[in-house]
Design a protein around this ligand. Structure first.
Ligand SMILES: Cc1ncc(COP(=O)(O)O)c(C=O)c1O
Length: 395
């Protein structure tokens, strides 16, 4: 199966086994819900325990999940090119598990200033209480100066969460190796489908499967993917200690969602291109932030490191953040919401206070609006944006 194209593998992972008695099978594996794992006899239990001691994924209790979870782990490993995967009940849970697994009291971590906002909350609440310190950086060139004797990890997100700035992952990997650090990245944007940080030198990739993997805005899901057995063992042990568990139904919905990921991603990217061409011609739009867009500052890195695009972009408007509020409220096809990666279009009015933390932002008092371009007809989305732009002019 590994020789097949990734699109083929995504369709076939999690196919149900044939029933030996009837020779039949449903197409998809069912959601195997269980807390208790029953053993036929003690000899079978002993065999399972011995296999587990030898490092095999053997389940003796429901917390890690049975075949449905196993299939979803396989999806993430195939997407990211990793050898280990730990599932989590949300993307943020996956981020926190990784931090707790790879850092301890007295450690220091360097974090890119463009990461998913709530990481700062994890820093200010959990990490600071544990005596783990964090320094934010805006470009890889700053790292050599910022590394401390107790620095253990670099945590990034590429492209960034609000402005989609491309980071040079191979350069970061080199710097991280030079200083003996772990390089971990949020890869929700690429989700292993259009961007593969592990192949570019990262040690750990974290994905909020809530977005493009599940793809239908109805599941919370996280995954941590690694290739090094020592790093993976620490992540496994921490996930076990925290007792985090993903419901079989959510694992099943995610398996179902990922089967159409290839076509969804391609369509999101096509629609985004069409909407971007419209936005580029609008007098209200100063700049489009999306590395797949030919005028974006990160376009060359995107061309080098990515194999595709998705539905995410942000626009700088030539009005204040306040003046952009009626534009957001006037949109009818774009839901006002923080998420993305589902089939539907979304809009986020970005709070200027949040942008103050992002060195990449040069828009000063201008509004920044983040859009997720969904699977609606782009012409309907363009009509909706056109009528909403008129609301800015009338304020
Ligand atoms: C880039 C990124 N990473 C992580 C997360 C967290 O994922 P979840 O919502 O599943 O906790 C999000 C959520 O919006 C995100 O945008």
């Amino acid at each position: 199966m590994t020789t097949h194209h990734l699109d083929t593998r995504l369709v076939h992972i999690g196919a149900a086994e044939f029933d030996p008695k009837t020779g039949t099978a449903p197409v998809s594996i069912p959601a195997i819900r269980t807390s208790t794992v029953r053993f036929e006899n003690l000899a079978m239990l002993d065999r399972a325990l011995a296999k587990r001691a030898a490092g095999e994924r053997v389940v003796t209790y429901g917390i890690a999940g049975l075949d449905t979870h196993r299939a979803l782990e396989e999806v993430f490993m195939q997407l990211e090119g990793g050898t280990y995967c730990v599932l989590a009940p949300s993307g943020l849970a996956a981020i926190s598990i990784a931090f707790l697994a790879l850092l301890q009291t007295g450690d220091h971590m360097l974090v890119a200033d463009c990461v998913y906002g709530p990481v700062r909350t994890v820093d200010q609440t959990l990490l600071s209480r544990l005596g783990i310190s964090v320094t934010y950086f805006s470009s890889p060139e700053q790292i050599a100066e910022l590394v401390q004797p107790n620095t253990k990890m670099i945590y990034v997100e590429s492209p960034g969460s609000l402005l989609f700035e491309m980071l040079d992952m191979p350069a970061l990997a080199k710097i991280s190796q030079r200083h003996g650090l772990i390089l971990a990245t949020d890869n929700t944007w690429g989700s292993g489908y259009i961007y593969k940080p592990l192949a570019l030198g990262a040690d750990v990739s974290i994905v909020a499967g809530t977005k493009y993997i599940a793809g239908h805005s109805d599941v919370m899901l996280g995954a941590i993917i690694a290739k090094d057995d020592k790093i993976a063992a620490r992540i496994h042990a921490t996930q076990y200690a925290l007792g985090n568990s993903l419901s079989a139904d959510d694992a099943w919905l995610s398996l179902r969602g990922v089967k159409t990921m290839a076509v969804r991603m391609a369509q999101h990217a096509r629609n985004t291109q069409e909407v971007s061409e419209f936005l580029d011609a609008r007098p209200e739009v100063v700049q489009i932030f999306n590395p797949a867009w030919h005028k974006d500052r990160g376009h060359a890195l995107w061309q080098r490191d990515c194999t595709g695009a998705n539905g995410m972009l942000a626009i700088e408007l030539n009005c204040s953040a306040l003046a952009a509020k009626p534009f957001v409220d006037a949109l009818t096809l774009f839901g006002i919401g923080f998420s993305w990666g589902g089939f539907e279009s979304l809009v986020q009015w970005v709070n200027p206070a949040v942008l103050a933390n992002h060195a990449y932002w040069r828009g000063n008092d201008h509004a920044l609006i983040r859009l997720h371009i969904g699977l609606e007809s782009p012409s309907d989305l363009i009509n909706d944006l056109t009528q909403a732009f008129s609301k800015i002019q009338s304020t």
